[in-house]
Design a protein around this ligand. Structure first.
Ligand SMILES: [Zn+2]
Length: 188
């Protein structure tokens, strides 16, 4: 779920080169097709936030094609989703006997229901598992951070990869930008 206050159009002179020799998720080298992949970075402030999207052509095999569109779901998003799950759960309070309701303070009941909602959301996401050789159920390349000047101009990207081989290829292809620290790689 995304609640965004604004979409920003920003300038960046950084050229990211993406190798197209292997699937960026499972690493296979056959039947690849390049897919324009939207990598997003969100910043939340209470319920609002901003989002920056960069589009990169990345190679996927037919089995991993679907993962190109699956944005990884962060902790903040999960806790927000739990709020949505929380309200239908509250309906079940109507079926609780008054004798129980009168004994437990309302804040405790509400907190317990929110905790149950969180457990349900986190459990649901824990079921989303990669198939076969896949290194991720989600996009295998993550935009972890965007370094910006005060003017908004982008001066650096921090990326993470779930496929180690693809990460190595990427580092080799972007040696110059990595040396300039305009591209930084961290572990996924
Ligand atoms: Zn693949």
């Amino acid at each position: 779920m995304t609640i965004y206050s604004s979409k920003i159009d920003l300038k960046s002179n950084i050229q990211i080169k993406t190798p197209l020799n292997r699937c960026c998720n499972c690493g296979t080298t056959t039947a690849l097709s390049p897919v324009l992949t939207e990598l997003k970075r969100s910043r939340f402030m209470l319920l609002a936030g901003t989002e920056i999207t960069i589009k990169q052509e990345l190679p996927y095999c037919p089995n991993c094609l679907k993962t190109a569109k699956r944005q990884p779901v962060g902790m903040v998003s999960k806790f927000l989703m739990a709020i949505i799950v929380f309200f239908p759960l509250l309906v079940s309070l109507a079926f609780m006997p008054d004798s129980i309701m009168n004994q437990i303070p309302t804040p405790i009941i509400l907190l317990s229901f929110y905790l149950i909602a969180c457990i349900l959301v986190f459990w649901f996401y824990s079921l989303q598992k990669p198939i076969g050789e896949q290194t991720s159920y989600y996009q295998p390349i993550r935009l972890k951070k965007i370094k910006q000047k005060f003017s908004g101009e982008i001066i650096g990207y921090v990326l993470a990869f779930t496929n180690q081989q693809y990460q190595n290829d990427f580092i080799a292809a972007n040696r110059d930008e990595i040396n300039k620290t305009t591209i930084e790689i961290i572990s996924a």
